[in-house]
Design a protein around this ligand. Structure first.
Ligand code: SF4
Length: 260
């Protein structure tokens, strides 16, 4: 089947861009609108490089277990790690990944996976690694359902069968293994592994958010902002304060202090 021709004005979307309007997370549609229509982004803090460094090492570590499963998650997931290394490398590549063009929305949706399982029925289940500093807290919002459903949508619309399951594999540090460190002279950090399984992710949730994304991008005027967002509250205060100061008449410049 020939891939459809993608128009030059097609909107480029990814699971991370879509997360701005993730209905699971009390989103702000104005921020999404500003980002996509006017390239005005919310300020971002300093991004720590440790999680992406660990992600890279995890991918290499999982790479040694193709058509098997890594020891710490053995028996806890359905299927084996997908064995076609060249294809997996494309799907893991942020510049390539899995791609889908949706003509009705004139939108290209692209996402790169961390890894994927294949079961005996040739059905895929994506895996995403999450590194944290501390154990998971009960009752925290579901940050990643949309991301995982997006991967299932991408697999499905690229003609692959999916289980409708997906997995988050969390790693967080527990302690330094002093005995192993002393014996080898190299720091050994012990990580706890925790698996969170998702079921019933058929891509329809991600598709509904993509449709909403198109509606927001089509809006001529900005949608409402989030009422308690500190960024907008802070930015508005800055603007008001500067305006207020500018309205005051300028005082003559004081003469600099003279010694004599
Ligand atoms: S309220 Fe926050 S999230 Fe919304 S537009 Fe303002 S900065 Fe962005």
């Amino acid at each position: 089947m020939r891939a459809p021709t993608i128009p030059a004005d097609a909107i480029k979307m990814s699971p991370s861009k879509l997360s701005l309007i993730n209905p699971d997370l009390d989103p702000c549609e104005r921020c999404f609108w500003l980002t996509h229509k006017h390239e005005v982004k919310r300020p971002s803090g300093i991004f720590p490089s440790l999680p992406s460094g660990i992600d890279k090492q995890l991918k290499a570590y999982y790479g040694r277990y193709r058509e098997h499963i890594v020891p710490e998650i053995k028996g806890k997931l359905q299927g084996k790690l997908y064995g076609h290394i060249a294809q997996l490398a494309v799907w893991q590549n942020n510049f390539k990944g899995l791609q889908l063009y949706i003509p009705k929305l004139n939108m290209v949706f692209k996402g790169a996976i961390d890894d994927v399982l294949l079961n005996d029925k040739k059905q895929f289940s994506p895996i995403d690694f999450k590194t944290r500093g501390y154990p998971l807290k009960a009752g925290s919002p579901d940050y990643y359902r949309l991301q995982l459903d997006s991967y299932n949508l991408l697999f499905k619309y690229n003609g692959y069968e999916i289980t409708e399951n997906a997995y988050l594999v969390y790693y967080w540090p527990e302690c330094v293994n002093a005995a192993a460190t002393e014996a080898s002279g190299v720091m050994h950090m012990k990580f706890i592994t925790h698996i969170q399984e998702y079921k019933g992710l058929d891509g329809s949730f991600a598709l509904s958010v993509l449709k909403r994304a198109r509606e927001i991008i089509n809006m001529e005027r900005p949608p409402a902002s989030h009422p308690t967002c500190e960024y907008c509250i802070g930015a508005n205060k800055h603007v008001e304060t500067v305006r207020e100061c500018m309205r005051k008449p300028e005082k003559p410049t004081q003469k600099s202090f003279q010694f004599n």
